[in-house]
Ligand binder design. Structure first.
Ligand SMILES: Cc1cc2nc3c(=O)[nH]c(=O)nc-3n(C[C@H](O)[C@H](O)[C@H](O)COP(=O)(O)O)c2cc1C
Length: 397
């Protein structure tokens, strides 16, 4: 599996591990022996005995590489990738999907969580469209390090929307141009209610600045040549819904491709989602609308789709708890947990992220005592041993 980081320098890339087809190995913060053990374990489980044997040798040199070398694409591979994944060739077009009349099932942007490994997992379980975590456009444009750490993708990671936090049309369009060859579109975060974001002029404060939203959309449209490259926004609603409808109409007139509506106001946290408001917004617009908020199962997704009349549903916490929910599973199946292990190890996922996702997924299927033990584990191999001891290696259930 070939993986792309955008910010890595050529020299760092040329030193990247090439022994596993360009895949990242494991978290660099772990001791080399942990990585070796986990990788051999993974290869054996996948019945790649030969690879496991090679891993025993190949990984002995990993500890000499610098953390920068965890960028997983060699320079010459990167140029191939740019050609083969250019947006013109991206087959699954989200805009066409929204106009198909079918329910479009979307994985929400989630800071720290909706990264390449997790996107790969949910796509395996009927997720139609994935968003990256929110990335601050200004940092992304200015810093190669930010690009390298914030955005990783590969050829299977499609269709993909890159979400940006932005308050400046020029910077946003520069960021859009950078990701254009690797993604189907960008999304502007107009819903984040966190204090730091509001203080910077990002997120939910944009629902009160329709002119700025319009300028940002226009600038991206002008700067990105591909007309199929989507520009969407994700919003929260106002107390006065006429203001939300006004914002959406202005955005539509500027050329926004679709709008995701989290049916809560900026002040609301755990209050019930206002699906009625989402329905009114949908009825006022011609472009696709995606409903978001408190959807925990496929049944609930279909119900929200029906009652709001929207074109798709977006899910965040429901997918963290059960990445297989769009495929109709009521609880995370064991198979999905093993899939996560395989994907995370193959793509190279930092331990904290690897473990945290498992904690979310296993929340409902473990007792309190089991949780205490599992949550305290601090290495990949301890997690692998725990899973093998408790659940065996049967991947079918
Ligand atoms: C861990 C976490 C991270 C999130 N990060 C983002 C983000 O980067 N951008 C964004 O627009 N919303 C973000 N959200 C909000 C979700 O996308 C979604 O709008 C919200 O959680 C409501 O949907 P849900 O009920 O399905 O969780 C995040 C939510 C969670 C739980």
């Amino acid at each position: 599996m070939m993986t792309q980081n955008l910010g890595a320098s050529r020299s760092a890339q040329s030193e990247a591990p090439g022994g596993v087809g360009g895949s990242a190995l494991l978290c660099w913060t772990e001791p080399a022996c942990e990585r070796r053990r986990a990788r051999i374990w993974w290869a054996l489980r996948a019945q790649r005995v030969e690879e496991a044997e090679v891993a025993g040798l190949a990984l002995s040199s990993v500890s000499r590489r610098t953390p920068g070398a965890s960028s997983v694409l060699r320079a010459e591979e990167k140029s191939d990738c740019i050609q083969t994944t250019s947006c013109q060739e991206r087959k699954k077009d989200p805009i066409e999907m929204f106009h198909s009349g079918q329910l479009v099932k979307v994985c929400a942007p989630m800071v720290r969580y909706s990264k390449l490994s997790f996107r790969t997992l949910v796509r395996k379980y009927d997720c139609d469209l994935c968003y990256t975590p929110m990335i601050v456009a200004a940092d992304f444009v200015r810093s190669a390090k930010a690009r390298d750490s914030e955005f990783t993708t590969n050829q299977g990671d499609c269709p993909l929307i890159v979400q940006f936090a932005a308050n400046d049309a020029r910077l946003l369009s520069d960021a859009a141009r950078i990701v254009c060859p690797y993604a189907n579109g960008i999304d502007i975060n107009c819903g984040c209610p966190q204090r730091w974001a509001l203080a910077e002029g990002y997120g939910a404060c944009l629902i009160n600045k329709p002119e700025l939203v319009r300028d940002m959309v226009k600038q991206v449209r002008n700067q990105v040549e591909n007309p199929r490259f989507s520009v969407s926004i994700k919003i929260r609603i106002h107390d006065d819904l006429t203001r939300t409808v006004d914002l959406c109409r202005k955005a539509e007139a500027t050329g926004v491709s679709w709008i995701t509506v989290h049916g809560r106001t900026v002040e609301e946290r755990h209050q019930p989602v206002h699906y009625e408001a989402i329905k009114i917004i949908k009825e006022s617009m011609s472009i696709p609308i995606v409903a978001n908020g408190d959807i925990r199962s496929l049944k609930e997704a279909e119900n929200v789709w029906h009652i709001t009349g929207t074109d798709g549903v977006m899910v965040a916490r429901g997918l963290l708890a059960n990445p297989a929910m769009f495929a109709g599973y009521e609880e995370t199946p064991l198979k999905c947990i093993w899939d996560w292990v395989d994907i995370a190890l193959e793509l190279g996922t930092p331990y904290m992220c690897f473990h945290q996702h498992l904690m979310y997924m296993m929340e409902k299927i473990t007792s309190r005592q089991e949780k205490r033990i599992f949550n305290a584990l601090s290495s990949t191999s301890a997690v692998l041993d725990y899973l093998t001891d408790h659940y065996g290696i049967d991947r079918t259930s």
